[in-house]
Design a protein around this ligand. Structure first.
Ligand SMILES: Cc1ncc(COP(=O)(O)O)c(C=O)c1O
Length: 461
């Protein structure tokens, strides 16, 4: 084996990663093109996850690289407060045109986490500017993921992301998540039953515990991605919308994962035919290459700030040094051009039946407890092993040349929307091989040290 020189691994604190384990068997990519990564030992690794759900148009898009490079040499930076630059307005216009009708006022951030916190702050400030400062509670959902900032982990519903960080925000409550494996295991697409009753629990909860007039906003992901691909039952989101309307509560869709074609439509809002008051996005907005997020609000929310704030006042005292930096705007505009030209949403929709069949072909394999799918997303849930089985399957897939995402006892698949049918076959055939391999090894299969021999050798060198 040729010697591969690894960088010094000691200084970088790798996020959301078991650092000691990772540094003992690092997995480093050195290049990417199309639907493939290149590993340090020059293997082509099929990208089954579009990076971290963020590369819908495939890797190494030359149009984006050219636009970003040109922009860097034209205007590298313009102060984001009190001055701006034309591309910021162009990017906002283009994104507004891509949003569901009516959500056409855009605030730029640098990530999904910042988008979530920005949306929550806008919701609170909106009610205040409208003369309702006591409408100041926020409702999230169990197993919701809205990034890692304090607002996001407060409304988020993943204990592991919350427990180490104190008490976070006050005035937050949660509704139940919609996963119902007992009744809906192996459902293809959206589960049929239970949606209305589950959504009605939201109203019951706020009536009993809070009084709806104290609730500023409800934030939900149309499809919960990070906590394991949880697909809401039919009519659930529609009913949440009705309840929010009835009680004057803003409905926020966190579309960081579901935006930009992932479900075969531009937005999750389009897929479920429910228009929220605020949409947050990030990731696919720049095809993952420059950090950028955005919050789109209905025009009357923006107008309320403009009409009701004192003249000359800063209507929203909020923003980031890097809000709408020129290279992010260039990347976003070019990404939207690619979507327009290549109709990636339609491509995803056209592949979704094929993808569904392939995903559900894993039914009946050992340890497989549930398979869920929507658009170009699939979640394969295993019998509970505190994540050890899913992690071993993830490692085995990597060894076999496929990148998947594991989260708890679940493997999530979300390839670039440029994926081909033969690559979809390869994803699920490889995954099936990995599941059989790991299950066939019993307890030894769960030992991470039994995987990735090449990388372990590099680390030792
Ligand atoms: C729904 C949702 N919201 C927010 C985030 C956070 O985004 P970021 O990691 O860019 O802060 C994510 C990331 O996966 C997400 O899935």
């Amino acid at each position: 084996m040729s010697q591969i020189k690894l960088p010094d691994l000691s200084h970088y604190w790798v996020p959301f990663t078991a650092n000691r384990q990772f540094k003992a068997m690092p997995r480093l990519f050195k290049a990417a093109k199309g639907n493939y990564y290149t590993s340090m030992d020059d293997r082509q690794i099929l990208d089954g996850t579009a990076g971290l759900w963020c590369v819908p148009a495939g890797h190494g898009r030359e149009e984006i690289a050219t636009a970003v490079g040109k922009q860097l040499l034209t205007l590298d930076y313009a102060p984001a407060f009190q001055t701006s630059h034309p591309l910021a307005f162009e990017a906002a216009t283009r994104l507004a045109e891509y949003m569901p009708a009516g959500l056409d006022r855009i605030f730029f951030t640098n990530s999904g986490s910042e988008s979530a916190d920005t949306a929550l702050k806008i919701a609170l400030a909106y009610h205040r500017v409208c003369g309702n400062p006591l409408r100041n509670k926020l409702i999230g959902r169990e197993r919701g993921y809205h990034g890692v900032n304090f607002g996001g982990i407060s409304v988020g519903g993943i204990a592991g992301n919350r427990k180490a960080f104190g008490n976070a925000l006050n005035g937050v409550d949660h509704i139940r998540h919609p996963l119902d494996i007992a009744n809906n295991a192996f459902t293809k697409g959206v589960p049929e039953d239970g949606g209305i009753a589950l959504a009605n629990e939201f109203e019951q909860r706020i009536m009993t515990l809070h009084d709806p007039s104290t609730i500023a906003a409800l934030i939900v992901e149309p499809m919960q991605g990070s906590a394991g691909v949880i697909i809401p039952p039919k009519d659930y989101l529609k009913r949440l919308r009705e309840i929010c309307d009835k009680h004057g509560i803003l409905l926020i869709f966190d579309e960081v994962i579901t935006g930009f074609g992932r479900l075969g439509t531009q937005w999750g809002a389009d897929y479920f035919d429910v228009i929220p008051d605020i949409i947050t996005c990030a990731k696919g907005l720049t095809n993952g290459v420059v950090p950028m997020g955005a919050v789109a609000v209905k025009r009357d929310i923006y107008d309320a700030f403009m009409e009701k704030s004192p003249q000359e006042a800063i209507e929203l005292p909020h923003g980031y040094t890097y809000s709408a930096i020129p290279i992010a705007c260039a990347a976003a505009i070019t990404t939207l051009d690619i979507f327009q030209k290549e109709k990636l949403e339609d491509r995803a929709a056209g592949l979704s039946d094929y993808f569904e069949q392939a995903a559900h072909s894993l039914k009946g394999l050992p340890m497989v407890k549930d398979i869920r799918n929507i658009g170009l997303v699939a979640g394969i849930e295993f019998e509970a092993k505190a994540g050890a089985f899913a992690f071993a399957v993830y490692l085995k897939c990597y060894e076999l040349g496929l990148h998947v995402r594991y989260t708890g006892d679940i493997i999530a698949i979300s390839p670039p929307l440029t994926i081909e049918k033969h690559e979809i076959d390869r994803i699920f055939n490889t995954l099936a091989d990995a599941v059989k391999f790991v299950a066939g090894r019993g307890e030894a299969g769960l030992n991470a040290n039994n995987y990735l021999k090449n990388e372990q050798q590099w680390a030792a060198n």
